[in-house]
Design a protein around this ligand. Structure first.
Ligand code: C5P
Length: 237
């Protein structure tokens, strides 16, 4: 399978067509964006770390029975994936309060959420990814009720698998975002799972090991991503 023309350039990844109409190549760039693309910086090695980390996580999820788009690691910063028809809503699970939840409800950061909460956001940079609900998603035709139920089930399943994985490596999975798409009628996990799209804290010190380091100007962004990968045993080469 050969990479051909560019399909789409996102904030951190570029997507290419391939000679197989059912497959795409994702190129993980070093670009790191925050605040809906308002701030963008190049972080050396980030594309490579996220690509390898994402493939490692996707394999773990696949082994746990979650269908994913991941097919094959192609190079340091490229992966071969199934071509999905993406559903334009983001699925977020929160185990501890942080980020927009803290701003929206005025609760304290780090408060444990029992049970974990599930939220939906519309993918729309211009509108700053507004929070939506299942009723709106069905009424606007973004997904069917059955598809949303499956996305929610798979996101909770991923939370179980990944919370245990990070816990064993001394980290708290605070929250994360997943995106799904359709492949031959089936709901399949797409996009990526990396420290760009989740919050991870050291269990003992609660040190932030994710993109909040970039958003909050804490420094040591790539060092933190590398530490997360190393703690999980991801082979960075
Ligand atoms: O900003 P907020 O607290 O709602 O984010 C919840 C989780 O979803 C965080 O882990 C964040 O990194 C992720 N997220 C994302 N992409 C977005 C919005 C949130 O990866 N557009």
């Amino acid at each position: 399978v050969q990479k051909t023309t560019e399909l789409y350039r996102g904030k951190a990844k570029t997507v290419y067509h391939t000679t197989d109409e059912n497959l795409l190549v994702l190129h993980f760039r070093n670009d790191t964006s925050a605040f809906d693309g308002e701030r963008i910086e190049q972080l050396d090695r980030k594309g490579m770390i996220n690509n390898k980390f994402n493939f490692f996580i996707m394999q773990k999820l696949e082994q746990a029975g979650i269908p994913t788009q991941a097919e094959q690691l192609l190079s340091d910063d490229e992966v071969l994936v199934k071509k999905l028809t993406m559903i334009p809503v983001e699925c977020v699970i929160r185990n501890y309060a942080a980020g927009s939840l803290v701003r929206r409800l005025g609760v304290s950061e780090g408060q444990q959420l029992t049970p974990p909460t599930f939220e939906l956001f519309l993918k729309n940079d211009a509108l700053h990814d507004p929070m939506v609900n299942e009723s709106l998603a069905v009424s606007f035709g973004w997904a069917t009720a059955e598809q949303l139920a499956e996305m929610k089930r798979l996101t909770y399943k991923a939370n179980e698998v990944l919370s245990a994985l990070f816990d064993a490596a001394g980290m708290l999975l605070v929250d994360f975002k997943l995106e799904f798409g359709l492949f031959k009628g089936q709901i399949v996990l797409g996009d990526e799972f990396s420290p760009d799209g989740c919050r991870l804290w050291d269990k003992a010190t609660r040190k932030k090991l994710d993109k909040d380091r970039f958003r909050q100007g804490l420094g040591g962004v790539v060092e933190a991503y590398e530490e997360v990968a190393q703690r999980l045993g991801v082979n960075l080469g």
